[in-house]
Design a protein around this ligand. Structure first.
Ligand code: SAM
Length: 220
C-alpha cells in the first residue's frame, strides 16, 4: 500500500503510470503540495473528475475547498466555456490559488470566495445560483452541514462529488479507526448513509483515491 491508501500500491502505481504526464504548472503544484503536505486531489481522482465533466457536458461548477487551486484550475481547463466558483477558508491558500488561476489562464472563469463554506454556501444559495456539478473537498466532518445548500444549488440531473469519503479505509471498518479521528469517521459514516438513503439522489461509492461518492440528483 502507498502510505495509508485504500488501494494496493501496484494498482495505484499502474494507474498513475498510464495517466497523461503533467508538465509545467500542474507538475509544479503537485511538487509544491507534496513538499508542503498540502492535501490536493490525487492524480487518478482528478482525472476521473475531468472525464465526468466532459462526459456530462458540465459547464458550471462549485468547489468547496480550493486549497492551492490545483483541482479548480484542472476542472476549468477541461473546456474554455467552463466556469468554477470555489470556496476556501485559509487566506494563504486562497492568495496562492489566485496566483495559480492567473498563471493557468483561467482567472476570468474561476471565482474564489474566501471564507467559511458554512457561511458562504447559504449566501450563494440565497442568490439563486445553480450548478451542474458540485465538488465537496473540504473539512470532512462538515460535509453533512454543507449538504442542504449543495442539494438546493445542484440542478436536476446534476452531479454531487464528495471526496475522501472512505478516509484511509476508516469509514469502512472500525479496525482502522484512529482514536483521535473517531468523530470525523462517525460524521462521514452518517453522511454516506444519508446520501445513500436520499431518494432524490442516486449515489455510488467509488474506491478511487481516498474514496469518492458520486451522487446524481434525480430529475423526477
Ligand atoms: C483537500 S483540500 C482541497 C484540495 C483541492 N480541492 C484540490 O484538489 O486541489 C481541503 C481545503 O478545504 C479547506 N477548508 C476546510 N474547511 C473549510 C470550510 N469550512 N470552508 C472553506 N474551506 C475549507 C482547507 O483549508 C483546505 O485548503
Amino acid at each position: 500500500m502507498i502510505d495509508d491508501s485504500i488501494n494496493h500500491e501496484y494498482i495505484i502505481r499502474y494507474i498513475r503510470d498510464v495517466l497523461p504526464e503533467r508538465g509545467g504548472l500542474l507538475a509544479e503544484l503537485e511538487k509544491f503540495a507534496a513538499e508542503r503536505e498540502v492535501p490536493i486531489s490525487q492524480p487518478e481522482t482528478i482525472r476521473l473528475i475531468e472525464v465526468l465533466i466532459r462526459l456530462g457536458g458540465i459547464k458550471n461548477i462549485l468547489e468547496v475547498g480550493t486549497a492551492i487551486g490545483y483541482s479548480a484550475a484542472r476542472m476549468a481547463r477541461v473546456a474554455p466555456d467552463i466556469t468554477v466558483d470555489t470556496v476556501e477558508i485559509n487566506p494563504e491558500a486562497a492568495a496562492y490559488a489566485r496566483r495559480v488561476f492567473e498563471r493557468a489562464g483561467v482567472s476570468g472563469r474561476v471565482t474564489l470566495f474566501e471564507g467559511d463554506a458554512a457561511d458562504i454556501l447559504p449566501k450563494l444559495r440565497s442568490e439563486g445560483r445553480e450548478y451542474d456539478m458540485i465538488f465537496v473537498d473540504a473539512a470532512k466532518a462538515q460535509y453533512g452541514s454543507f449538504f442542504e445548500s449543495c442539494r438546493d444549488m445542484l440542478r436536476p440531473g446534476g452531479l454531487l462529488i464528495s471526496d475522501n469519503i472512505l478516509y484511509k479505509g476508516m469509514t469502512a471498518t472500525d479496525e482502522l479507526v484512529l482514536h483521535r479521528k473517531r468523530t470525523i469517521v462517525k460524521r462521514l459514516r452518517e453522511y454516506v448513509d444519508m446520501l445513500c438513503r436520499d431518494k432524490n439522489f442516486d449515489t455510488a461509492i467509488i474506491p478511487i483515491g481516498d474514496g469518492m461518492a458520486l451522487s446524481v440528483k434525480k430529475t423526477d
